[in-house]
Design a protein around this ligand. Structure first.
Ligand code: ZN
Length: 248
């Protein structure tokens, strides 16, 4: 997994053929190709500890900036660490349409933290987001969401330790005695992210979409009545059983 820049300014990278990541621009997991490599002569003079390379996303052609740590400055080649840092990370997406403003503000910031790899800042913002949710939905809403988390555990086969940690982040409070928020690594933060999206979806998005669909359905139904086939004596508010708009 060695990476070198040789004295002819060529980048020699064992993993070049299989080098792929999620592009921050098109969000496709794509192969990337090196485009711009710092010059050997210049690096040898200044000997920076870290250097930047520019790649091209093979899917959308956008530039991808990666930072490498230099391991060794040799007479013929410069060795770089095989690990690199992505300067721009893909932004996490979520449909905020049906979220109350406070919840939206807090969860947007949570996603910014996640996208920047600040997983513990993300964790703290998840707790703040859920506290705002519970404030609005009350105790019954909180219990409903807890049932949902339990359901998620069974569906996604979340292990006991991870479930305990999720429960502590989402349902714990800053006033609780004992250890505060758990320290999360990227895998645990990824799990928390999926759980948060699902809980918020169930609490707001699903309901919002359903209500909107009902409004549209009622509109077509009432329009159908006005267009003729029903007598004015028909019940003004029709039950909302499944019924497709008439084709004629
Ligand atoms: Zn791309």
């Amino acid at each position: 997994m060695a990476v070198f820049i040789d004295s002819s300014d060529r980048l020699l990278q064992d993993q070049a053929q299989s080098l792929a990541l999620t592009c921050p621009h098109c969000l496709v997991f794509a192969h990337i190709t090196a485009l711009a490599v710092p010059r050997f002569a210049e690096l040898s003079v200044h000997r920076p500890r870290q250097i930047g390379l520019v790649y091209r996303c093979d899917s959308c052609n956008s530039p991808i900036f990666l930072r490498f740590t230099v391991r060794d400055y040799g007479a013929q080649r410069i060795e770089l660490s095989s690990q690199f840092t992505e300067i721009e990370r893909p932004r996490e997406k979520f449909s905020f349409n049906y979220l109350p403003e406070t919840v939206e503000t807090l969860f947007r910031e949570a996603l910014v933290c996640y996208s920047h790899g600040a997983f513990n800042a993300f964790c703290s913002m998840c707790r703040r987001t859920m506290q705002a949710v519970f404030d609005m939905l009350g105790e019954s809403g909180k219990l409903r969401l807890f049932d949902q988390l339990t359901e998620l555990r069974d569906m996604a086969q979340i292990d006991t330790a991870s479930f305990a940690s999720l429960k502590r982040v989402i349902f714990g409070s800053d006033a609780d005695p004992g250890p505060g928020l758990p320290v999360l690594d990227d895998d645990q933060a990824g799990l928390l992210l999926e759980v948060m999206k699902d809980l918020l979806y169930q609490a707001y998005v699903r309901k919002g979409r359903l209500q909107q669909a009902m409004v549209v359905r009622r509109f077509f139904s009432e329009q159908g009545e006005r267009d003729g086939s029903h007598s004015p004596d028909a019940a003004p508010s029709r039950p909302t059983e499944p019924q497709s708009p008439r084709a004629t």
